[in-house]
Design a protein around this ligand. Structure first.
Ligand code: N2P
Length: 346
């Protein structure tokens, strides 16, 4: 009976929605895997009659390459800081007007605005932020790690998951050796590369989104992760904990941007502003687990948000973190050493 009622409701909804959809715009959205509660997109469709086609990527570099090389055009993308910086420089983004977005304007914590990657705040609206650290399983790790050295500890052979992401993995190796994660010094990069090749026999797998399920299932003792994935996994498995190692790490900001090739920039900005509504931002936070810059949603969440050391790390942790920068032509150095590391695995 319930099923019949659901089918009827669906048919009715479709009957009402169809005339609207026939003339409506389709927005193509390209986001990180597991980075939104798709229910919020359905809500946007219902409210506006705008259809959303949703597609995902695993790394900034994958997103960039796809946008460069395929004629497919997206209307809304979610790059990180250094990639926003690069895409602005390469004229791949459309200027957007935050003043025309009441929710973005009202609820975005000003601390997240005018960052070095978009100083004029002319091309991006902050979406989420976080750190890179070690997610570890207290039942499998001999002790709580404090240093990146744990990921190079032979005692964890085949019990370590690394990120299949060039900047994150090379950046971690650089930080462990005491260098900047934006280094373009050939000797420092060579040292980072050799250390990752030396580490590779200990690594169970290089993964991105699968890290959550694997850590929840207890398949590895340690994993290099983004903080939101740590929070998500810790909520599912009480043995898991997260640390930002003493040598320091990456602090990232992910943003919403409209590609220069978008055919529907107005509707894309409607969606950006919708995602900045406190209730919607809260719903997405509860689903994805990444820290948010939305003051309205944080007020609604209360202690649940502010008490989480993972989501909301103390200043002392943030102080030892660095933000990735656009490396311009030197990104080729990273591409080369990442290829050499991956080749060494076979
Ligand atoms: C979520 C991707 C997180 C993005 N799966 C880290 N910048």
């Amino acid at each position: 009976m319930k099923k019949l009622a659901a089918i009827l409701a669906l048919a009715l909804a479709m009957a009402f929605a169809l005339p609207a959809l026939a003339s409506a715009v389709t927005l193509n959205v390209y986001n990180w895997g597991d980075y939104i509660d798709v229910e919020t997109l359905r809500e946007f469709e219902q409210r506006t009659g705008i259809k959303v086609v949703y597609d995902t990527f695993e790394t900034n570099e994958d997103m960039y390459t796809k946008l460069r090389n395929t004629p497919t055009s997206y209307d809304l993308i979610f790059p990180s800081d250094y990639m926003v910086e690069r895409m602005i420089r390469e004229r791949m983004l459309l200027p957007i007007d935050m003043a025309g977005m009441p929710n973005a304007q009202t609820y975005t914590d000003p601390r997240f605005l005018h960052q070095v990657y978009d100083p004029e705040q002319a091309y991006s609206v902050p979406y989420t932020w976080g750190t890179v650290g070690i997610l570890y399983n207290n039942a499998l790790a001999a002790e709580a790690p404090i240093s990146w050295d744990a990921l190079w500890d032979g005692a964890y052979a085949n019990d370590i998951l690394m990120l299949n992401s060039a900047r994150d993995t090379i950046g971690t190796a650089l930080k462990r050796l005491g260098f900047s994660l934006n280094s373009v010094d050939l000797d420092e990069l060579e040292a980072a590369k050799l250390s990752l090749i030396e580490q590779s026999p200990l690594v169970l797998a290089y993964v991105v989104d699968e890290v959550k399920d694997k850590m929840i299932a207890g398949e590895a003792a340690l994993a290099l992760v983004w903080s939101g994935d740590a929070k998500y996994s810790m909520d599912e498995n009480p043995d898991l904990d997260y640390v930002v190692p003493i040598e320091g790490s990456n602090l990232f900001f992910d943003a919403m941007c409209v590609p220069a090739s978008s055919k529907n920039p107005v509707e894309a900005q409607m969606l950006i502003d919708f995602l900045c509504e406190p209730e919607i931002a809260m719903q997405n936070y509860l689903y994805v687990g990444y820290a948010i810059p939305n003051m309205g949603a944080i007020a609604l969440l209360g202690d649940e948000y502010t008490d989480s050391m993972v989501t909301n790390p103390p200043q002392e942790v943030l102080d030892r973190c660095e933000v990735f920068r656009d490396l311009r032509d030197d990104v080729k150095l990273y591409d080369r050493i990442w290829t050499e590391i991956l080749m060494s695995l076979y």
